[in-house]
Design a binder for this molecule. Sequence first.
Ligand SMILES: [Fe+2]
Ligand SMILES: [Fe+2]
Length: 290
Amino acid sequence: MTREIRPAGGPMLAPHEVEENVATFMRATPVGRRWDVESIENWELADAGRLTEGQRSAVRFVTLIEDHLPGYFAQYHEHFPVTDDVEPQTYMHNRELYHFTVRWAAEEDTHARALARYQTASGLAEPEPLRAELAQEGSKRFSVPYEHAVQYFAYTLVQEKATQIYYQQLRDVVSDPVLKDLLGRLSRDEARHFAFMADTVELYVRRFGDRTVEPIREVIADFRMPLADTMRGYWRWALRIADTARYDHTDAYEHLVRVVSRAVETRSDKMEEMLRFVTSCRTVAQPAAR
Ligand SMILES: [Fe+2]
Ligand SMILES: [Fe+2]
């Protein structure tokens, strides 16, 4: 099936600005600090018997989410194409962004592979049924059709932060050390992915000011975590895993507010109103049910 190429529009950073943000991201993961599934040597100690029913369910859920990487990765090609579908200046922007995208995708793919490995090593799942389950959800189309470039970065900022927070909280409650170690690795990676998005959104707001307000407001107004609209039983599942560790993507909104606030010294009324709106979209904090 051929996919429609829908390049992102609106104001865009200059290629050299993307290059600088990518370099900052790369510096945060020098070769010696990268990891893959084979870096974890104690898979044979993984034991799903030490997990509660809710924790087992949470691992299965996040494996499905991470395993959708091909769909997320395809979005970058669709909206930031590195082809003659775009003007040379946009191509140069997209080519710089691509350096981030491939590294990010390799890391996310490792997350998917590591979680699947945990499932089979710990006795949570058998390889073939797991492969079939992942294929069923993984093959569904994922799409975030925004108009402005900054919207993709704002969306991903929230989503990476929400995932980081969830992995940290889940890590704090599980008693299988192999899973604890894995969740620590995942949350550190998501924190770096968030940092790249935060640097990018901050620069957008600094450079384009009020022109970014409405696009960012729109992202929050209809925010859905990835797969919320396609995964079978997503909401039931999301609620169930929230019993195990707090799972609320609106926890990430305060980080978006902070990023935007940091970007501008004097906020316009328009900007103030957007920040108030984002804050008002947060779920009223409930202490995590443990
Ligand atoms: Fe991930
Ligand atoms: Fe991530």
